[in-house]
Design a protein around this ligand. Structure first.
Ligand SMILES: C[S@@+](CC[C@H](N)C(=O)[O-])C[C@H]1O[C@@H](n2cnc3c(N)ncnc32)[C@H](O)[C@@H]1O
Length: 213
């Protein structure tokens, strides 16, 4: 990040809501204990996720890709009475870390962690979702959307992260599997008239998708 962008980011962070203390601890522990701490959403994106969720007043939220729990905790802040966050993580080595983080949270009884592949788990969930956050393996975004869409209520919001993939989506003849996965997803969503969609160029790109039928 160049100096001007860093200064703007610092300015933004000084002028938006603070992160709750638990999220500062999650960020600290993610840096200490994981190999790819940059996967964590972070302060700005986390507050945006909470804001988007609050606009929908969700009862049920779905997340693909829990990682260390940061984005899930942000979205759990917006759950209405009796609401549940179903968050799915395929890496079972994260289970102990996540059990500790979620049990320390004031939303512990509203968070259901599923360990396994989201593509297999989601069809088995008997839940209608108001919000879904897609943040798993970039190669499989099309598969995620295809299992998530039928579980969404009409008017529900799906948020897909990293949809600009550090501008690699502009590469015409890429062979990189993650870039190809994101490009396939973006093309599919662009052509799908069952959903409204907009790409927000925050961080690595977030696509906001609303199910209209
Ligand atoms: C970018 S990280 C998620 C970051 C997290 N949502 C946050 O913002 O703090 C992606 C996570 O998705 C998980 N993942 C990859 N494929 C998955 C799948 N098929 N089902 C569930 N989780 C998956 C990875 O193990 C990784 O922890």
């Amino acid at each position: 990040m160049d100096t001007a962008s860093k200064q703007i980011e610092d300015y933004i962070l000084q002028h938006i809501d603070e992160e709750p203390a638990i999220l500062k601890r999650v960020t600290h522990d993610t840096n200490l204990y994981t190999l790819k701490p940059r996967m964590l959403s972070g302060h700005l994106q986390g507050r945006m996720l909470k804001m988007f969720c609050n606009m929908v007043s969700p009862k049920n939220i779905l997340e693909i890709g829990t990682f260390t729990g940061y984005s899930g905790l942000c979205m759990a802040e917006s759950l209405t009475e009796g609401g549940i966050l179903h968050t799915i993580e395929v890496n079972d080595e994260m289970e102990e870390f996540l059990d500790r983080v979620f049990s320390e949270s004031e939303y512990a009884d509203k968070i259901q962690l599923h360990i396994g592949d989201a593509v297999k788990i989601i069809p088995e969930l008997d839940v209608v979702f108001d919000v879904a956050f897609i943040d798993g393996n970039k190669r499989h975004y099309v598969d995620y959307f295809n299992v998530v869409y039928p579980k969404m209520r009409v008017g529900g919001i799906m948020i897909a992260d990293n949809t600009l993939w550090d501008a690699h989506v502009l590469e015409e003849d890429t062979k990189d599997a993650q870039t190809l996965g994101i490009k396939r997803f973006n093309d599919m969503i662009a052509a799908d008239d069952r959903v409204e969609k907009v790409i927000v160029p925050i961080r690595d790109g977030m696509t906001i998708i609303r199910k209209v039928r």
